[in-house]
Each structure stands twice: as C-alpha cells, then as structure tokens.
Design a protein around this ligand. Structure first.
Ligand SMILES: C[S@@+](CC[C@H](N)C(=O)[O-])C[C@H]1O[C@@H](n2cnc3c(N)ncnc32)[C@H](O)[C@@H]1O
Length: 275
C-alpha cells in the first residue's frame, strides 16, 4: 500500500465521522511516519511502513477518540502543547479569554494572578510568555491534569513563575492575587455532548452543578470575599442572563460580556468595586 492509498482509505473511514476527513487522515499519517504533512505530497508513492500500526490509529479516530489525544499534541495560541486524556483539550475559543485577560494585565500592570482550573496549562503558559514579570498561582482538582500542566510548564521553562496547587478554587492559597482567570467547567450535568467529548474528555473539566454555572458563581463570590479586583472567565453561550443577574445582586463595579467568533456569548471580564 502506498501513502496515497493509505490516505484514501483513512479518508473513507473518517467520512461522516470527523469534520475534515482528508485533513485528519493526513495528520495521522504524518504522525505515524514522524514527518510533516508536506512530506506526504512529495513522497506519495512510497510504501506505507507498519501498515497495521497506522490502521490501529485510524480505527481509534474512527471510534471518535480526539486526534489530539492520539498524537499527544495540541496547538493553542502561539504554542504547541503536550496533551493526554487527563486534561481537557484546549479550545480555540479559549484564546479569546487569553486576550481579554491580557488586556487587563497590560492596562493595570498586574504582577500576580491566579488561574482556577489550569488543565493542560494552556492559558497560564501563554500569559506567562506574554508578560515576563507576571507570576501565576494555578489550581486544579485533577491530579492527572496537574501532571500534564507541569510537563508543559517545564517544557516552556516557566516552573519558577507558575506555581501549581492541587486544590479546589483558591483553597489554601494565601498569596495576594490581583486577578482570577478561569475557564471552569460550565456545562450542566446531563447535557449530552458529541461522543469525542463525552466519551474521552474528563467530566470534571466539563460539567458543573446547577445550570452549569455553579463554579462561575463561586469564582465571582470568591473574588469579592478575597478582594480580588479583576476576574476574566469563559462561560457557556446561554449563561449571560444568569451571570448578569448574579453580579448585579452582588453589586460588582462593572461587567463586560464578550462573544466568540460565531457571535455567541462566551465569557466576561468583571471588576469589583475598590474596598
Ligand atoms: C474546562 S477545563 C479548562 C482547562 C484549561 N484551563 C483550558 O482552558 O484548556 C476546567 C478545569 O477546571 C478543573 N476544575 C474543576 N473543578 C475545579 C475546582 N473546583 N477547582 C479547581 N479546578 C477545578 C478541571 O479539573 C479542569 O482541569
């Protein structure tokens, strides 16, 4: 079997299952061969080595396993990270959260922030790379996610600026914090997701209590209790009304909601009143 034939076969298996069958077939074949996708164009008539190994990868993807968990790599903002099933695969829309947080950090000259729910490390690593003076303390309740985050933080040489804590929210974290950044789990329990998400990604990273906004509310309340002036959070497309009513009730100084590229509500940046 040539590389071209291998691609055609994989593409057929993926049709109707993945969004971009040809592209993902190329990504998997390039991963299998340890080359970049360009190589496939220039070596199309070469014989496929370890055919059964490639077929095994294709079957995993055809059974909905996310390609990022198969290859162990994910692109986020301007970096590529290691990823594994213990951590949520960072999403493109979370790059908007990074930009919203970065705007506040730049404007206010912030030096110490916290991320709640660091997952793979994507958000904290990108922010730490943007702002060389910034220190981040980052929590997660998942030990598996923290192992993945640590590996990525070490790869980018940021171990002295991103402190990891195995805890819920900011429990036990005493540092004085100027802003909370978070992409917490915000999907209501019981909501049915695509099989590639539902069956493979950690449910502690996806689902939260109530209408899915339980952790978002806790984060906002915590910011007021701890006198943390700024909060930037990602949220669900249908949570604006509830969050808006909640912050009004709490009397926060200002809240700006933002949308994603599809025009859906996706998060907010809020400022508490000065104390
Ligand atoms: C949606 S994922 C986001 C991961 C990463 N920040 C990103 O944007 O790709 C949510 C993360 O929050 C963590 N988490 C859930 N509940 C938490 C809690 N009470 N305190 C801290 N982290 C929590 C999950 O384990 C998961 O890693």
């Amino acid at each position: 079997m040539t590389l071209t034939q291998a691609l055609t076969t994989a593409q057929k298996q993926f049709t109707g299952i993945v969004e971009r069958p040809r592209f993902e077939a190329e990504l998997l074949l390039a991963y299998h061969l340890g080359v970049d996708r360009m190589y496939l164009l220039t070596h199309s008539e070469e014989t496929l080595p370890d055919r059964s190994g490639f077929e095994a990868l294709v079957s995993r993807r055809a059974e909905h396993e996310p390609i990022e968990y198969i290859t162990g790599r994910v692109s986020f903002y301007d970096i590529e990270l290691f990823i594994a099933p213990g951590a949520l695969i960072p999403r493109p829309e979370t790059e908007i959260l990074v930009e919203k947080a970065a705007k506040v950090i730049r404007r206010e000259g912030l030096k110490q922030i916290a991320e709640i729910g660091i997952g793979s490390g994507a958000v904290s690593i990108v922010l730490a790379r943007m702002f060389p003076q910034l220190r981040i303390v980052a929590s997660d309740i998942s030990g598996e996610a923290l192992v993945i985050a640590r590996q990525n933080i070490e790869t980018f040489g940021l171990i002295d600026r991103i402190e990891l804590r195995h805890t819920s929210l900011l429990d036990g974290i005493e540092a004085s914090i100027e802003m909370i950044v978070s992409n917490p789990p915000y999907i209501a329990r019981g909501v049915e997701l695509d099989p590639n998400v539902q069956d493979f990604e950690p449910h502690t990273a996806l689902f939260a209590d109530g209408a899915g906004d339980d952790l978002l509310r806790k984060i906002i309340t915590l910011s007021a209790e701890r006198r943390i002036r700024h909060v930037a959070c990602e949220m669900g497309y249908d949570q604006r009304e509830r969050i808006s009513a909640f912050v009004k009730e709490l009397g926060v100084y200002s809240v700006d909601f933002y949308t994603d590229l599809a025009g859906l509500d996706r998060g907010f940046v809020l400022m508490n009143s000065e104390w």
